[in-house]
Design a binder for this molecule. Structure first.
Ligand SMILES: [Zn+2]
Length: 255
């Protein structure tokens, strides 16, 4: 079986003790590819040597909406420079996060989101979208870039109507551990309807550990639990669904 975790944060300090041992165990569960999502410029600096030394791990470069505090739009030049690297296959994660009141002001988030979408369009790269409690503004800004950029709605949490808008804009829909939670009724309904050629799986590790690992550190091997939940939702078995999801991830990031 081939599995692609399309959204991970393996450079998070939670993996400092056992990162290489963990990566060495990926093949035991059929995990063949990982997309490492960047959050800030410090992260980006570590990301380049990390993807260079791990053939199965690719990277995205970008500024996360919660991490914009220290930056000006001119700092996106550093992100742009990283996009020329052969193992950087996306701009991300970028988007809007209106959940925490202490997050950067919404107009700042929107300006960085818009600028990073333009960056992706200029470099012909897909984007990894973080949208938390900001579905309306996210779709509005994506619509303004229609036809110039697509990518993936990571850890999708919106309604089917929002998913449909994103699908119409050419986006993939990513599901992670939240799909396995007891209160995931709406997520499950969306996952049942997304076309099979637009679905991808992810962990967002070390966060969002799926059932039955809730409360533990998440890691890419736990993509299996998300895959199994999707198998249940779509009434398919692993042998049918896993290859589709793997190919979708490769197509998404041109791997
Ligand atoms: Zn993430």
């Amino acid at each position: 079986m081939d599995i692609f975790d399309t959204h991970a944060h393996l450079l998070d300090t939670q993996f400092d003790e056992d990162r290489e041992a963990l990566i060495a165990s990926f093949s035991d569960v059929g995990l063949k590819l990982v997309m490492e999502a960047c959050t800030d410029l410090g992260y980006l600096k570590k990301l380049i040597p990390f993807v260079e030394s791990h053939p199965m791990i690719y990277g995205a470069a970008g500024l996360h909406p919660e991490e914009l505090g220290p930056y000006a739009l001119g700092d996106l030049d550093t992100v742009a420079a990283a996009l020329a690297h052969s193992k950087i296959r996306a701009v991300g994660e970028i988007g809007l996060d209106y959940y925490w009141p202490e997050n950067p002001p919404r107009e700042v988030q929107r300006a960085f989101f818009d600028a990073q979408l333009s960056l992706a369009a200029d470099h012909h790269l897909p984007v990894i979208i973080h949208d938390r409690e900001a579905h309306g503004d996210t779709v509005d800004i994506l619509r303004a870039h229609r036809g110039r950029v697509t990518g993936v709605m990571h850890c999708f949490s919106g309604s089917y109507e929002t998913a449909k808008e994103c699908l119409d804009l050419g986006f993939f829909i990513g599901f992670g551990g939240a799909l396995t939670f007891k209160n995931a009724k709406r997520n499950v309904e969306v996952a049942a309807k997304v076309p099979l050629d637009r679905l991808v799986v992810e962990t967002d590790c070390p966060y969002m550990a799926p059932v039955p690992c809730r409360g533990q550190r998440n890691d890419p091997t736990k993509t299996l639990y998300v895959l199994d939940k999707l198998c249940e939702i779509r009434a398919m078995d692993r042998a049918e669904l896993a290859p589709l999801l793997f190919e979708n991830g490769k197509r998404l990031f041109a791997i």
